[in-house]
Design a protein around this ligand. Structure first.
Ligand SMILES: NC(=O)c1ccc[n+]([C@@H]2O[C@H](COP(=O)([O-])OP(=O)(O)OC[C@H]3O[C@@H](n4cnc5c(N)ncnc54)[C@H](OP(=O)(O)O)[C@@H]3O)[C@@H](O)[C@H]2O)c1
Length: 271
């Protein structure tokens, strides 16, 4: 596995997303079995970064992740768990309470990376960061970050965060360059902040251009793997694809080994 090294941290270039694990907006017990199988297979294949949120499956994604980790016997300290506080919980006490509940559901003593999931219209960022900084001081979370923050909010967060802000998690893929256009990616690079690319393969609906297919064929890889390889070849970018399909889970982590040439990178970037 390749890693991004920053602020004394080593974070895998490819992690495992958990949106739809255990349900969508609400828990759906019918999905428990395939959700556990997907998580278990990811752990076995060597994924060590797992991205979840209190919002996912109404907290059930965190529960399934915690249970599967414990059952796998894999040591907690070898893993890196990211979770997120929901936009409706951004007041001081709500943040502390939400974090406590995430810790309980995950069954861990500390969260490696805790993010504000989305900005909310009426949020008071100073108040939210007062709570987040307290969580970091108390050791409930190790590192802090944000998600879906534009450049202005990212800069404000960086100023309010008492520890180095580790990431801004945003949509980024071959087809979605909105956070390149709005200056966030460049700012992240200049300020040692990771851009965590979500929906890296367009929620499974990747548009396969002729160039993408040709590059995939040349590497004996799938276009999905090339889309991931293109992302992780970029400095300060990591990603967190999700899949229930065991073959896809394997292909996604193996994409880290694909070396794209400068010419292939250019074709994909400009395509
Ligand atoms: N911060 C935020 O606001 C936010 C928003 C969205 C997502 N996220 C995070 O980012 C993660 C990734 O985003 P996402 O899950 O929405 O979208 P995604 O990873 O772009 O796509 C997931 C879909 O792609 C399919 N897929 C996965 N690997 C594949 C492969 N190798 N070949 C073909 N199809 C493949 C999966 O279907 P199969 O199951 O059939 O493989 C699944 O339907 C989420 O799980 C979540 O953790 C964060």
């Amino acid at each position: 596995m390749k890693h991004e090294i920053l602020h004394g941290l080593s974070i895998p270039k490819i992690g495992f997303g958990t949106w739809k694990i255990g349900g969508g907006s609400y828990a759906d017990p019918k999905l428990d079995s395939i959700s556990r199988a997907a998580l278990y297979s990811a752990l076995e294949l060597g994924y060590t970064h797992f991205d979840t949120a209190e919002m996912y499956a109404g907290g059930h994604a965190e529960e399934l992740l915690g249970q599967t980790i414990r059952e796998s016997g894999i040591k907690r300290e070898t893993l890196f768990i990211t979770t997120k506080v929901t936009p409706s919980h951004l007041k001081y006490d709500e943040v502390l309470n939400a974090c406590e509940k995430s810790l309980m559901r995950l069954g861990v003593d500390t969260i490696d990376l805790y993010l504000i999931h989305w900005p909310s219209a009426g949020m008071k960022l100073e108040e939210t960061f007062r709570a987040l900084n307290k969580l970091a001081q108390d050791g409930k979370v190790r590192h802090l970050g944000v998600s879906n923050f534009n450049l202005k909010l990212l800069k404000q967060s960086q100023a309010l965060c008492e520890t180095p802000l580790v990431t801004n998690q945003v949509p980024y893929s071959l087809s979605d360059r909105s956070y390149v256009r709005n200056g966030v990616l460049e700012y992240c690079r200049q300020n040692n902040i990771l851009l965590t690319a979500y929906e890296p393969i367009d929620k499974g609906h990747l548009k396969v251009s002729r160039a993408l297919q040709t590059i995939a064929d040349a590497h004996n890889a799938t276009p999905y793997q090339i889309a991931l390889a293109w992302l992780i070849a970029q400095p300060r970018v990591i990603t967190i694809p999700m899949s229930f399909n065991l073959q896809h889970i394997k292909e996604n982590i193996e994409a880290v080994e694909i070396q794209l040439s400068p010419n292939e990178m250019e074709q994909l970037t400009n395509g």
